[in-house]
Structures are given as C-alpha cells and as structure tokens.
Design a protein around this ligand. Structure first.
Ligand code: UDP
Length: 246
C-alpha cells in the first residue's frame, strides 16, 4: 500500500508550512514523543512570517524547525491566494491543550516556560487539576535574561514536552538554542498560558468560527491594533509571490 507523503509542505514567503490536519499532526507528534525524538514545532502567524523576512537569523531558525504549522487565519488565506490551500489551520492553543490531555492520559511529563510569575503559578494549579496524569517537570516565568538555570533544570528533569510561551521571537530563539537539553517536543506558544489560566479570554466560539479571533483580541487589548498593521503588508507580499512564481 502506498503511504500518503507525510512531508507535504507549502511555502509562504519562504517559510515551509506543513500541509496537514490537526488529527494526523497530533498523531505524528505523539509518535515522536513516544520515540523520544527531538522535535521543534513553530506555530506561525503572519507577524512571524513578516518578522522572518526582515531578520535573517530568525528565518534560518524557523527553517531549521522540524515543523512550521499555520496558526492564524492569515496563513490559511495566504495559502489560498497562492492557489495552494492548506488542509487546515493548526492552532497553537488547541494543539497545546490536546497534548496536555494526551500527556495526562499517557502519564507524560512537561516543562513550562513563559508568562508572568503569577500566571505561571496559576498554570501549575490549572494543569494539576485538569490534567492530573501529567507530571509537571518544572516551570519558569518568561521574564529571564540568563537562561542557564532553566536549561540545566530541563536537562535534569528530561521532560517529554517543553512548552515555551514568551511570544516571538524569544520563544523560537530559546528553543533553537536549547533544544539539545532534552529529547522532547519543544513548542512555542505565544500567549497560551494566559489563555489556559483565564488571564486572557479566548474569543467566543462564534467569533472563532467566523475567523475573527484576531479582531476580538485587538478589541479586548487595543494596544494590539498596531500589530494588525502588518496584515496588509503580508497579503501584498504573498500576492507578489504568487505572480513572481507563476
Ligand atoms: N512574555 C514572556 N516574556 C517576555 C515577553 C512576553 O513570557 O519577555 C509572555 C507574555 O507574558 C505573554 C506572552 O509572552 O504571556 C506573549 O503573549 P502574546 O499574546 O503577545 O503572544 P502572541 O500569541 O500574540 O504571539
């Protein structure tokens, strides 16, 4: 029987996105965790892609990841504009909670780095209550200069999964630099710890269904509006890619 190629990717502004659906991607990650394969997953949105265009080292670091997945409707839209639609959006937050749940059922362990001290302390409680089978190998807030103690702790506790939620580019830089410390799944997660603890509310399902999560977040935190300015620039760059490559 021929197996479907597991490596199909779609390049958006030179970033190779995994063209996969949530269920098969989760399955692949679970397999890699069971095999203790060292795995770096980037959950990328248009802001990350545009940042990579201007920062060569960051771009290199993204292309060195094992998987880049489409977190953000802008990426799904970009792929459509390129006439190479992606199978599905893979939201970092959904992936995170599914892996916590699977990790709890399968008695795995996880290390959490990111967010403010009060948020990470609350996260410990939430994970303990909601995912009781999961061992919390350790936690650290995301406001650190020197990361040596954190890395030594990860090395000592050798968790199955390391979740880093310090926002980009810090989270990907941290992972690329330190992933040798444990043969684990390493994933950058933006503001996911804030959402899991209820510090920041996720958009209601109806807004998510309409792909307006980004607007909801900007309305709740108006300081985020300036970050949306990158979207038209991104769409223009993708449109240019389409006409250059065709
Ligand atoms: N953060 C951090 N360290 C820093 C800067 C930010 O841990 O040096 C945390 C911040 O507290 C928040 C997350 O990183 O929990 C970034 O969230 P944001 O919503 O900006 O990320 P996004 O998902 O939009 O990339």
């Amino acid at each position: 029987m021929t197996e479907q190629s597991p490596n199909e990717q779609i390049s958006i502004l030179d970033i190779p996105f995994e063209n996969t659906d949530m269920a098969s991607f989760e399955g692949r990650l679970q397999q890699r965790i069971n095999d203790h394969a060292n795995t770096f997953v980037v959950t990328a949105n248009p802001e990350i892609v545009m940042y990579a265009r201007e920062h060569r080292l960051y771009k290199q670091l993204l292309t060195s990841a094992d998987f880049v997945v489409a977190d953000g409707i802008g990426i799904v839209l970009g792929a459509k504009l390129l006439k190479q639609p992606l199978a599905e959006r893979i939201t970092g937050y959904d992936l995170f909670t599914q892996l916590l749940s699977w990790g709890s059922d399968n008695l795995k362990s996880a290390y959490f780095v990111g967010a403010k001290t009060e948020v990470i302390n609350q996260l410990k409680q939430v994970v303990h209550e909601k995912y009781p089978g999961l061992t919390i190998a350790g936690t650290h807030n995301g406001y650190f200069g020197d990361d040596r103690n954190i890395v030594a702790d990860i090395e000592r506790t050798h968790p199955d999964m390391v979740f880093v939620a310090t926002g980009y580019p810090k989270q990907e830089e941290f992972i690329a630099k330190n992933r040798h410390a444990a043969d684990a799944l390493w994933m950058g997660l933006g503001g996911s710890f804030d959402v899991l603890t209820g510090t920041v509310k996720r958009a209601p399902q109806s807004w998510q269904d309409m792909h307006l999560e980004w607007l909801y977040r900007a309305l709740k935190e108006p300081s985020r509006f300036s970050r949306l300015a990158i979207l038209p620039k991104y769409l223009l760059a993708v449109t240019k890619q389409r006409f250059t490559k065709s």
